[in-house]
Design a protein around this ligand. Sequence first.
Ligand SMILES: [Zn+2]
Ligand SMILES: [Zn+2]
Length: 268
Amino acid sequence: MSPKLHLHILASGSKGNACVVEGPEGSILVDCGISRKRLLDRARETGCDMDAVDAVLLTHEHSDHTAGLTVFCNHFAGELITTAGTAASRPYLSDLPFTLVSHDDEFAVAGIGVRCFPTSHDVADPMGFRFSCDGDAIGYVTDTGHLTDPALAALDDVRVLAIESNHDAHMLKVGPYPGYLKERISSGSGHLSNEQTAAALADLVGPDTETIVGMHLSQENNRPSLAVRTMSSAVGAEAVNTTFTEARTPDGHLSVIAAGQDRPITVW
Ligand SMILES: [Zn+2]
Ligand SMILES: [Zn+2]
């Protein structure tokens, strides 16, 4: 099957998140946590056409996912979609004309099927997504302390799995963060660790899965090489470079990479 969907990860991490899911008839922007200028610069860098964006989907209200939204909307006539809880959670969000959906809704935007599922995070009503088009599928989940059952079901055997791999449990434990923050991050409503994500891959990776992208990596409590190494060990992938920032299974079918804060990547 030739891929119908492409994922442009323009920024990923606690300093700002934004991705574009590109389909044959249009695109969806997922979260808008960086400035419009940076968004457009990064999109240009990856060859992503922001004029093709038909809708913005918000996962949740944290500023690293929403900080650029108000200015972006001043220049955007498409649909804004999120849950009622997220829309009502901040004054600057409640002023925007959202189309409200439930965290278990299914709908389509520009020929791309969107299946929502609830995530577990310390906010009003967060969600993740499975995007599908003509047999192709991309899974997207970040900012969740654990993977809910609907998340596990929705993310099963997608071709591209963009999944949070926020922190190395040991680095977080011995790192500089205050105790309350360590507790928040590692709690069931915080962020997925490399180890949790690696454990989930056994369930999620199927015959159609070709790329696993570690998302929302902590700059203080993780390293791209650690995230990639931990996920790779769960799926039998081996390093393809000396820095261990990319790995592949011996048959070449499945790649493991990590997204970053400062550099956009595209998964074709
Ligand atoms: Zn976040
Ligand atoms: Zn968050």
